[in-house]
Write a protein that binds this ligand. Structure first.
Ligand code: ZN
Length: 273
């Protein structure tokens, strides 16, 4: 599943090909993905120019003067930039024609989303899907204080509090396990029991883990451009994630795998207290 780093790498990959370009057509090959496509999307976007791209959590935001196109990659979505005449394949559901190129959304499992937020409705941050999101982990606003203050009344395990996304976004299952390992915090620790000093460590770990992943993705991800440019999500090596039973890379004891709220958590009993 694309996580924050993959979405950010996608944004960086497509940005130079779409920013400043004008929409010459929209093709929808399905009635919708997770939600129906906006029915009048082509009318809204035709002859409008892409002003900027940004990201909020795992939502890609494509800004026009009169509103913002919100794209979510769901469980299996990919965006690619292709020559206009490239014939669509089975799971290609949405095309945005931009002068001589097309930005194409492929989404086999159709959990993604393409939505429109008109300028009249105010800042895109007020959109129903965005307004409840926590702070961006890579922005300066995010610190150990953010985590500490927001968790004084939260007795749930820290791993689940991170996944909830209402304090900080983008710390999905992989990055929660990895950051907690790096910070030396047991994922089962009740969030309100963790000290400010340990939250400072955790915030730093979250930043470092996500930034390193984006950097690695940017360098290993194949091109977003071209028909067979596999925009496959990057494989990475992890300290604990997906390594149940294998030796901890730090101390050698077996990495433990448990279930927390239907998700797998990986940690080292020895390194994480
Ligand atoms: Zn260990």
């Amino acid at each position: 599943m694309p996580e924050l780093p993959e979405v950010e790498v996608t944004r960086r990959g497509i940005a130079p090909h779409i920013e400043g370009r004008t929409v010459r057509g929209v093709t929808l090959r399905h009635t919708g993905l997770r939600w129906p496509f906006p029915i009048d999307l082509e009318q809204r976007l035709l002859n409008r120019t892409v002003r900027a791209t940004s990201r909020r959590g795992k939502y890609l935001l494509i800004a026009f003067d009169h509103g913002t196109l919100i794209i979510h990659l769901g469980m299996s979505g990919h965006l690619r930039i292709l020559p206009l005449a490239t014939p669509p394949q089975k799971h290609d559901h949405f095309d945005l024609m931009l002068e001589d190129q097309v930005m194409r959304l492929t989404d086999p499992r159709r959990f993604g989303a393409v939505l429109w937020h008109p300028h009249e409705e105010g800042s895109v941050d007020n959109h129903l899907l965005l307004r409840g999101l926590g702070v961006e982990p890579l922005e300066t606003l995010f610190s150990g204080q953010t985590l500490y203050k927001a968790t004084r009344n939260r007795s749930a395990p820290i791993k689940q509090v991170l996944l909830a996304g209402d304090i900080v976004v983008g710390v999905g299952n992989i990055y929660a396990s990895e950051s907690l390992f790096e910070a030396g915090i047991n994922p089962k620790t009740p969030a309100h029991r963790i000290s400010l000093a340990r939250y400072e460590k955790l915030a730093q770990a979250i930043r470092r883990v996500l930034a390193a992943s984006i950097e690695r993705g940017g360098s290993t991800l194949r091109d977003f451009v071209g028909a067979d440019g596999q925009s496959g999500y990057f494989q990475q090596s992890y300290f604990v994630y997906d390594r149940g039973g294998e030796p901890c890379r730090q101390c050698g004891s077996a990495v433990r795998q448990i279930r927390q709220g239907q998700r797998s958590t990986f940690y080292c009993v020895n390194c994480q207290k």
